[in-house]
Design a protein around this ligand. Sequence first.
Ligand code: NAI
Ligand code: MG
Length: 501
Amino acid sequence: MSVATQQFTLRQANQAFLAQPRKMLIDGKWVAAASGKTFAVFDPGTGREIAQVAAADKADIDLAVAAARRAFTNKAWAGMKACDRERLLNRLADLVEANADELAELESLDNGKSVNLARYVDVVAAVDCLRYMAGWPTKIEGSTIPVSVPYMPDAKFFAYTMREPVGVVGQIIPWNFPLLMAAWKLAPALATGCTVVLKPAEQTPLSALRLGELVLEAGYPAGVVNICPGFGETAGAALAAHPDVDKVAFTGSTEVGKLIVQAALGNLKKVSLELGGKSPAIVLPDADMDIAIPGAAMAIFFNQGQVCCAGSRLYVHKSIFDKVVDGVAGVAKGFTVGHGLSPSTQMGPLVSEEQALRVASYIEDGLKSGVEAVTGGRRLDQPGYFVEPTVLVKVKPEMKVVKEEIFGPVVVAMPFDDLDEVVTQANNTIYGLGASIWTRDLGKMHRLAPALKAGTVWVNCHSVIDAALPFGGFKQSGWGRELGREAIDLYMERKSVCAMV
Ligand code: NAI
Ligand code: MG
């Protein structure tokens, strides 16, 4: 592991963006918090403050929800033709693309991830998601249904279903892919004709605020998109509990997901949840080592392991266990660790001091209970929130490092004997977001894929996500599926119309 230099200069546009306290977007205007409060945003690569941002609280959420409600019924939006919703979303995608380099830099600075990753994964995928969802407004259809009504033998009916937007939507997103998560949330909501109050994570509000400027530039009517940065316990909780919000969409921890469900009880708003994971990567004895070893390494180390579907439990057939574990550790040792904006950085810091402490304490807990670190195991002794990429062995199924989501660059590796055993082990978790199988044996792959309790099963790849492919979790990894056709369903009601003719 080598350390990258910390030298970089911010683009002029981003310097200007950060120089002013950033306001929140309510009803088409940038406004300060009603309380006047702001909060600090930090550069994870140095620990230094980079911006002040308006801190939304209940009063601001009330204003934003009221604006979203007005916009929902306003003709400018409610009466907009499907082809014009398509055109607007495409225009937003074009604007994000036109500002890709600047957005990637802002994202890297705010989150810590490498600027190349931000540019060629986060921004590219965000644009693609907006464009994919832009295709939907003109393709949202109901059906005609042959109703018989056997207890009314002489009557004839014409019945059909139609789709309507669910209404005002509260969207609460995390810090690991801030711009991309905003795109995943906004795109289907805007495709269907909903209006939105988006609350970015307090650690990483900047790219969502820049996106808000692009939303206005694209020409969305005032109040269709409101963006309220703030803390979870205040702004987030107020949004989830708001009686005039029709649906809440949340991505984050399973713990907070349960709070969202409770908060939603008051008005029984619709809820969709994309929560934590402890996804298994399973390497079979016949796997192509040149694919499986770097693949299993990237399954966990991509984005510093701060990925909900990260392959954080590595199950390797005992005949190749040492080879795969040494290989994955070798990849970890080869990373250049450093500030996200240094061009040579391959692995950046974690997002926050809190996250670095949390991840380091999981490692420490493991080491205390007899786990062995093949590589890594420490927080780096330098400014910023850096934790070494870590491979742990000699773990037992009941240990915290095996059971709980660490959400950092830490993988636990375990040997297995046969397929039935590895299925049992892989499914022995409260989560069910992703799983990967590394093999050249099609028969075994087709036995494993249906047996794994996970929303996505990857084969010879991991964390490959596409705007067209539904994504979400079994068990405590969530409710509903984002992306694909299913994301449109999350934001629509279905109405049955039954006419006696
Ligand atoms: P979190 O679940 O607290 O934060 C996610 C979002 O929820 C943020 O916007 C936050 O402000 C908001 N939030 C927090 N408390 C809330 C509440 N009571 N009501 C409404 N909104 C609330 O996640 P946190 O604390 O940042 O990270 C803790 C752990 O959560 C991580 O270590 C990781 O295991 C997991 N996590 C999972 C993510 C995923 O993509 N599935 C993303 C982020 C975290
Ligand atoms: Mg939290």
